[in-house]
Design a protein around this ligand. Structure first.
Ligand code: APR
Ligand code: PHB
Length: 389
């Protein structure tokens, strides 16, 4: 026994929620299954940088009102190293900027809009397996202790990096791990800067980001096996002040903290039969380039177009090209994120030659317009298809 829908979506992160919304705009019905509660997903702190294309997508889909009111539009970033500060002016170099707006705010806005539109998001519902992906797809799920099955035409695996949808089949996984992680804190202290500061320091990388004029988001490079127990608040603040070289940063109440591993991963192809993977279920980037949410939103934009073409005309051409269409941008972001990570993090052994190479490249990127443009156009979002037009 169970229910039926057109598109069964596993996961209520930015990918699953935005897909459900975009499909609704095209008159296509979906059900989103989410293992966590609404409170949990709305409170989960993640990154918070929207490329201009992502911000435009939220606006054109009618879910950008709060982002436009509360999001912080930035025209560049600051790079600090060896006691110097340099600005990369995205606006001047590319004509585009970024919007700093927390991922969980995007998630809250999308949930509210789906519920206002009568959309079905089943929280506290764990997808346990998928089947029939060649002809009669279905998602088995567990809710209130009952095992049920949702029948659908298509399954969208938007269940993140620990989901169930991306196993099996002939897909190939490309991956890389890093010997360090990011310790992140969300703190009640006004940002000591008007733009993000990426700092390369002898003791490791640090990042000063923000959420609102009262709340800062701060990160420190730590070893991959580090635990929060080794990081009492005093140590976090003194290390941040040292690495960021920012005297105005004041300690504040830490609202949230955690350690996030750094990983790069791509699954190819991102589709099999009637199953389509999107977002972190198909690819992971280290957070240095702030690409995760942007890639997730771009995947589902393309998937929604393919699905609506299918429902409109019965043509599968666009759906068949889904993975190929997404992967160009994904690999560009994978390269950029790995490159930014390599440029800004101390390696574990502290190799002095690597250190000198990094400093030389940082100097190059902050003095050459060509090198700065490379960083800027990737940071604001580079799309080969846009360039061809
Ligand atoms: N059944 C139902 N839901 C599941 C299951 C399951 N078996 N497994 C995972 N989920 C849910 C998770 O609880 C989560 O809410 O899937 C959702 C996946 O959401 P995200 O992890 O936010 O992934 P995605 O929507 O692809 O967004 C990618 O998230 O991790 C960041 O940096 C990443 O910014 C990027 C963004
Ligand atoms: C964030 O604000 O959380 C953030 C910003 C930039 C990054 C990563 C995370 O590169």
């Amino acid at each position: 026994m169970g229910a039926e829908t057109q598109v069964g979506i596993i996961g209520a992160g930015p990918a699953g929620l935005m897909l459900s919304h975009l499909l609704h705009l095209q008159g296509i019905e979906s059900v989103v299954l989410e293992t966590r509660s609404r409170d949990y997903v709305e409170a989960r702190v993640r990154a918070g940088v929207l490329e201009q294309g992502s911000a435009d997508l939220l606006s054109s889909a009618g879910v950008g009102d709060r982002m436009r009111r509360e999001g912080l539009v930035h025209d560049g970033i600051k790079l600090r190293f060896e006691g110097e500060e340099h600005r990369i002016d995205f606006r001047a170099l590319t004509g585009r900027g970024i919007t700093v707006y927390g991922q969980q705010e995007v998630v809250k806005d999308l949930i509210q809009r789906r519920l206002d539109d009568g959309g079905q998001i089943w929280f506290d519902t764990q997808a346990t397996s998928i089947d029939g992906i060649e002809d009669h797809p279905g998602v088995s799920y567990c809710r209130d202790g009952k095992a049920l099955r949702l029948s659908c035409d298509f399954i969208a695996g938007c269940d993140g990096s620990h989901g169930i949808s991306n196993g099996g089949g002939e897909s190939r996984t490309y991956e890389r791990s890093y010997p360090f992680a990011w310790l992140g804190v969300l703190a009640k202290t006004p940002p000591a800067t008007d733009e993000l500061i990426y700092a390369y320091h002898d003791r490791g990388f640090a990042l000063h980001s923000m959420r609102t004029p009262e709340i800062s988001r701060l990160y420190l490079q730590v070893d991959a096996d580090e635990t929060m127990a080794n990081w009492p608040e005093d140590r976090i603040w003194s290390e941040l002040r040292l690495r960021l070289a920012e005297p105005h940063l004041q300690p504040g109440e830490i609202i949230e903290d955690g350690i996030t591993p750094m990983r790069s991963l791509v699954i190819e192809p991102m589709q099999r039969g009637q199953l389509f993977l999107a977002g972190d279920a198909a690819h992971i980037v280290p957070a240095t380039g702030a690409k995760g949410m942007n890639l997730a939103l771009n995947d589902v934009r393309i998937l929604a177009e393919g699905l609506s073409a299918w429902y409109r005309s019965g043509s599968r051409d666009q759906l068949d090209r889904y993975s190929e269409q997404c992967l160009r941008r994904i690999w560009r972001a994978e390269h950029f994120s790995a490159w930014m990570t390599g440029l800004l993090h101390r390696d574990q052994g502290g190799d002095p030659f690597e250190h000198k190479l990094r400093l030389s490249y940082l100097r190059y990127v902050t003095t050459s317009t060509a090198a700065a443009t490379t960083l800027a156009e990737n940071y604001v979002g580079y799309d080969q298809l846009d360039r061809r037009r």
